[in-house]
Design a binder for this molecule. Structure first.
Ligand code: ATP
Length: 405
């Protein structure tokens, strides 16, 4: 049987970019081969019979995907294809772009031999993204997003006739037919690129945001926020290294900056976002503009007031708020907002009281809902600098307990 390393990892080898997404393809029974390898090397094995593929997880945790060489035919555009066994050449022909349609043989006698029937090396050298045939984007419109993603990542250009085909496909309603999870996956991969600002512009230029919602526009305001989002994310990472945010989701929120509640809900439904993601997107839409206004325009605010406004905001929405502040700084405003956000994120966000419910009991207070009120007031006092030590806290609790409310 002939065994090959195939697709993106071959492209990245030739570009000398690191890539541990190892895809193998076999002229023969890929699943049977995967079973043998799993036995021989003590690897974990997951078999996906429906797709005739398998995934090995080696003891060192390296993952390897194994498939059989196959041809695909698209009965309906944008639907999943019918699959049949085929030669390597046919397998490469079903792929998206020439640079992703190369294979390296792994059998010992021919180890390292490169198979490049469609000019992948030529296009890598020319820094070009080129489809393998004219129907490519119609067969699978996710390739529209993939093309945009690869041009950005590698700094490549679309070969002119590929550009024409892409624009033609983008002007149809094909993408509309993609299921929510497939569309979401492509959008999130695109927004997850190291710097997705240009791809977002490209999406807007090709009017592809209409597939999120027909009324969605990439407004100047959205663009200004997206422009500073890399800085906001870097700042967040520095201030809150233990709180990772979902970068693609934050970019999506920024794109949706001007959208109203109905559009936001419809986008979260179209992409079938999880309930947590949907909540973050809808909150961000509903609340961040109002928060910007209050935090920027209110003259005197105690730290505890700022804390109460921001404490229950999801991390992704906080990053968006930081970006909105930075965008305002660019046009001469946003000083109060960024100062208050900075203090909240650096100091106050994780503040806690020294005394807990148990301590209140020990101080002789009757447990009940008033505990929460007392502890909230205690935290506010700490944030505002009115209590510092444990004995300050005890004295404060005594005072509050004597005159509740
Ligand atoms: P990335 O580096 O973003 O993971 P990739 O191309 O390396 O991209 P995958 O998306 O896992 O990795 O795809 C692996 C290979 O499978 C591709 O290089 C390409 O040969 C093929 N492929 C993936 N998606 C498609 C598609 N929509 N149409 C045709 N071929 C595809």
């Amino acid at each position: 049987m002939s065994l090959y390393l195939v697709g993106g990892v071959v492209r990245d080898l030739l570009l000398r970019r690191e890539n541990w997404d190892l895809d193998l393809t076999l002229e023969g029974d890929g699943i049977a081969f995967a079973r043998l390898v799993a036995d021989r090397y003590g690897a974990g094995l997951a078999v996906f019979e429906r797709f005739a593929t398998a995934r090995l997880v080696l003891p060192n945790r390296l993952k390897i995907d194994i498939a059989s060489t196959r041809r695909e035919s698209y009965v309906k555009p944008a639907a999943l294809p019918d699959v049949a066994a085929a030669s390597l050449q046919e397998d490469l022909y079903r792929r998206d772009f020439t640079i992703n349609a190369m294979a390296i043989q792994l059998n010992p006698a021919t180890f390292g031999e490169l198979h490049d029937p469609y000019g992948g090396q030529r296009d890598l050298k020319a820094k070009t993204i080129r489809v393998l045939h004219g129907g490519s984007f119609f067969d699978d419109p996710t390739r529209i997003f993939r093309a945009i993603r690869f041009t950005q990542r590698f700094g490549f250009s679309l070969e002119p006739s590929t550009r024409g085909l892409l624009e033609e496909a983008a002007a149809t309603n094909l993408i509309q037919q993609l299921s929510g999870p497939r569309l979401c996956n492509e959008i999130f991969l695109l927004l997850g690129e190291r710097d997705p600002r240009k791809p977002i512009k490209r999406l807007a230029f090709l009017r592809l945001l209409r597939f999120l919602h027909p009324r969605l526009r990439y407004t100047n305001k959205g663009e200004r926020i997206v422009a500073v989002l890399p800085r906001a994310l870097a700042w967040w990472k520095k201030q809150c290294p233990d709180h990772g945010v979902e970068r693609p989701l934050v970019y999506l929120m920024a794109i949706l900056s001007k959208a109203g509640p109905a559009v936001l809900r419809s986008v979260t439904q179209r992409l079938q976002l999880s309930s947590l993601q949907s909540k973050a997107v809808e909150w961000a839409g509903r609340r961040t503009d109002r928060l910007v206004q209050v935090l920027e325009q209110t003259k005197d605010m105690r730290p505890a007031q700022v804390y109460r406004l921001l404490a229950d905001l999801p991390d992704d929405a906080l990053v968006l708020l930081v970006a909105k502040g930075l965008a305002m700084r660019k046009v001469g405003g946003g000083h109060r907002l960024t100062r208050r956000l900075s203090r909240f994120l650096k100091h106050d966000r994780l503040a806690t009281t020294i005394l807990r419910g148990e301590d209140l009991k020990r101080l002789g207070l009757e447990p009940g809902p008033q505990f929460k009120t007392i502890l909230d007031r205690l935290l506010d006092a700490r944030l505002n600098g009115r209590v510092r030590t444990e004995s300050d806290e005890r004295a404060f609790v005594h005072r509050v307990a004597q005159k509740p409310g």
